[in-house]
Design a protein. Structure first.
Length: 236
């Protein structure tokens, strides 16, 4: 595929996915997301030909110009569209499929000092909302949607919509996924809620038990079974 073909595809993708786009000229001149992707392609070419320091330096220049940081070693498919783009970070071992859309503030990053593959794999036709964080060597399946502000730490199956902190699936294959057990959402807040729910159940049971014990003398008194509740009959 020629560079010209790639540029044409990227422009067409921007026209298709951004309702604010008015013309090809506007996209070429004003869309920093495309500028960052085009500069990445040059840096990626340099990286794999041994010019790694130059590629990294140029990636920092691109970051300064566009507000988008893409490591030259990342593997990016065709027609990646970064809308607005400010604050987007794509790590070194990230793999991105075709027709992916990223919004501002998205991070495709690592979780520590792991070696080897330590960044996400994002399959084709995925949309990741503003401010979402996809962290670690995990896979986001094809045709997925990641809600704005979500933090994804586990693999996401194909055709899913994921939201929340940490992220959990709410739609899969077009069907609602209902979480009935709070333990399925692994975060400190949910664990605290589970513990609180258990405590409330214990307290309710104790209150019920005490109420039953308090009612027993009343029932006995009503039936005349409690000594001293009636005057003794005196013999003549």
């Amino acid at each position: 595929m020629t560079l010209l073909t790639t540029i044409r595809e990227d422009i067409a993708a921007a026209l298709e996915r951004d309702p604010a786009a008015k013309s090809k000229l506007e996209i070429i001149l004003c869309y920093s997301g495309l500028h960052a992707v085009w500069m990445y392609q040059l840096n990626h070419w340099l990286w794999h030909r041994g010019w790694r320091v130059l590629a990294r330096w140029l990636s920092q220049v691109a970051r300064w110009l566009t507000g988008i940081e893409i490591h030259p070693a990342a593997q990016i498919g065709r027609r990646l569209f970064i809308d607005h783009g400010m604050g987007v970070v794509i790590g070194e071992t990230t793999i991105i499929g075709d027709d992916v859309t990223l919004y501002q503030g998205v991070t495709l990053g690592g979780t520590g000092k792991e070696q080897g593959k330590r960044h996400p794999t994002v399959a084709g036709n995925v949309t990741i909302g503003a401010g979402a964080k996809i962290l670690g060597n995990i896979t986001v399946g094809e045709n997925c949607r990641v809600g704005a502000g979500s933090v994804v730490l586990q693999d996401v199956p194909d055709n899913s919509t994921i939201v929340g902190v940490p992220g959990h699936v709410i739609l899969r294959d077009g069907k609602r996924v209902v979480i009935t057990d709070p333990k399925q959402i692994k975060d400190p807040l949910s664990e605290a809620l589970v513990a609180l729910d258990s405590e409330v159940k214990v307290l309710k049971e104790r209150v019920r038990h005490l109420a039953d014990r308090a009612d027993q003398p009343r029932h006995a008194e009503a039936l005349g079974c409690v000594p001293g509740t009636h005057d003794a009959v005196k013999p003549d």
